[in-house]
Design a protein. Sequence first.
Length: 89
Amino acid sequence: EHDMQDIASQLHPIDYLDAVGENICDVSGTCADLFESMVLILCTCAIIGTKGSPVPHFQSGLPFWIVATGKIGCSLVAYYCHAHERFTS
């Protein structure tokens, strides 16, 4: 952190904000790509499950249940990390 503060103090404010903006755009672009991939895979699984099953409602909803279970698990882990490791480095 000390090295970063030294570098940041030498930059002009416009250059510093430009570097921050570029990093934000990189992260948001990566997140958008991941979200797009997840949505495409989820929709494809739902369509294949609907077309390939004699009981279409069960297998078309299965990918959504799997994603929901993963999101609940991620939320629980994030809460645990926030609550129990809040003041550690």
